[in-house]
Design a protein around this ligand. Sequence first.
Ligand SMILES: Cc1cc2nc3c(=O)[nH]c(=O)nc-3n(C[C@H](O)[C@H](O)[C@H](O)COP(=O)(O)OP(=O)(O)OC[C@H]3O[C@@H](n4cnc5c(N)ncnc54)[C@H](O)[C@@H]3O)c2cc1C
Length: 393
Amino acid sequence: MDFEFSPEENAFREKVEQWLVENHDPVVMDPTRENFSQLADTPERRAFMRKLAAQGWLGMSWPKEYGGQEIEGVYEFILTEALARHAAPQIGKGVGIIGKTLIRHGSEKLKREFLPKILSAEIEFAVGYSEPQAGSDAANMQLKAEKVDGGWKLNGQKIWTTSAHFADWYWFGARTDPDKPKHDGISLFLLPMDAPGLEIQSMPTIGKDITNQVFFEDVFVADDYLVGERGRGFRYISEALDLERFTMFTLSPTQERTRLICEYVKTAERDGKPLREDPIVRQKIAHLITDTAVARGLSMRFLSAATTAGKPPTNESSQYKLFTTHLSQRTCDVALDIMGPAGQIRVDTEDAPLAGRFEGAYRATVVETIGGGASEIQKNIIARRKLGLPKNF
Ligand SMILES: Cc1cc2nc3c(=O)[nH]c(=O)nc-3n(C[C@H](O)[C@H](O)[C@H](O)COP(=O)(O)OP(=O)(O)OC[C@H]3O[C@@H](n4cnc5c(N)ncnc54)[C@H](O)[C@@H]3O)c2cc1C
C-alpha cells in the first residue's frame, strides 16, 4: 500500500495550502478552539464556507448527479486536514456525514432539497443521537415519535447536541416502534431547528465552547422528513458514526502541536540548560512523532478500506479514532511536562509560552475521547468486528 500522495494529490494539497494562506483570517481561524474550530457558527465562518463552495471544494467525492465531481475521497481528506491545520471551519458534518448518508439512504425528495444547500454551504446541521440514558448505548434512545396524520409527534429529550444553538436543521433519531427490539425501533429524521415546541438549553464545556440539551414538546415532523425507511434509523446512524469518527477527528492539529513543541524545545532552557539536550525530552518528542506517523497510517487504511468497500468501514474508523484522539491528548500532556510550570499559564494570557496553546488544548482535547463514541466503545467495536470476540453488552 502506498502511503504517499500522488503528484496530482500533492498539487491539490499545495493549491489548498496556498489558498488558506491567502485567505487567512484570525476571526475565522482560531486554533485555541481546538476540535470545535471546525464549526461554522458565526456569520464570518459561514461566509468562509461559502468561499470554499465557490472553489468547488464541497462534495468533491459525491456522485455527479447530485452536484459532486466523483473524485476519490482522498481529496476531501486532504482538504479537511488542511482546514483543520489552519483551524478553519470544516466540511465534515454537512458534506461528510449527512450528505453522504442522504445519498445512500435518503428519498429523492430529501436529496433534491438538502444536497444543493449543503454544496452551496447554505445550511448547518446539529446531530442528536445522545440522550441522558443513551450515550454509549445509543440504541436505547427513547425520544418518542408517535404517528399522527401526515407525520409524527415528538416528545422527549436529547443531550450533548453540539451546534443546536446555531444550526438550521436537526438530524436525529427517535423511537417510532417501541414494541420492536431496541435496534429496530428507531427511525432517523430531519427537522428545522426553529420548529414549534423545540427548546434549546446551552451548557459550557471544559474547553472554550458549548454544547446543548434539546427538549421536544409535541413537536411535529412531516412524513417527508423521515430519512430512509422507518425502523432502520439505527443502521443509518451506525454508518454515519463510522463517517464521523474519521472526518470529525482530524490529525493535523496534533501534527501542528507536535511541530510547535519541537520548535519550543530547540530554543527553550530549564535551569540554565537547553531542553534540546535533555534525553528524556528528546525521547518523548521522538515517541510523539512516531505515533503521529502511525496515526497517519491508520487514516490511509480508512481511506483505502472506504474505497474498496464502497461504504464507511467500521473497524478502520474505530481504530483511527481511538488512536488519534488519545495521541491528541498525549501530545498536550507531554508538552505540559516539557514546559514545566510556565505551560500552565492560561490560554490567551499575554506572555504565556506558545500563547498558552497547550494549556487550552489540554482541557479542550478531553472531549475527543468521548464525543462520537467513547474510547471503550471503540475498543468493543474492534474486539467484535476485527477480532470476532463475543459481544459484552
Ligand atoms: C462535548 C461533547 C459534545 C458532544 N456532542 C454530541 C453531539 O453533537 N451529538 C450527540 O448525539 N452526542 C454528542 N456527544 C455525546 C457523546 O457521544 C456521549 O457523551 C458518548 O457517546 C458517551 O456517552 P455518555 O456520556 O452517556 O456516557 P456513558 O455511556 O454513560 O459512559 C460512561 C463511561 O462508561 C463507559 N462505558 C459505557 N458502556 C460501556 C461498555 N459497554 N463497555 C465498556 N465501557 C463502557 C464509557 O466508555 C464511559 O467511559 C457529545 C459529548 C460531549 C462531551
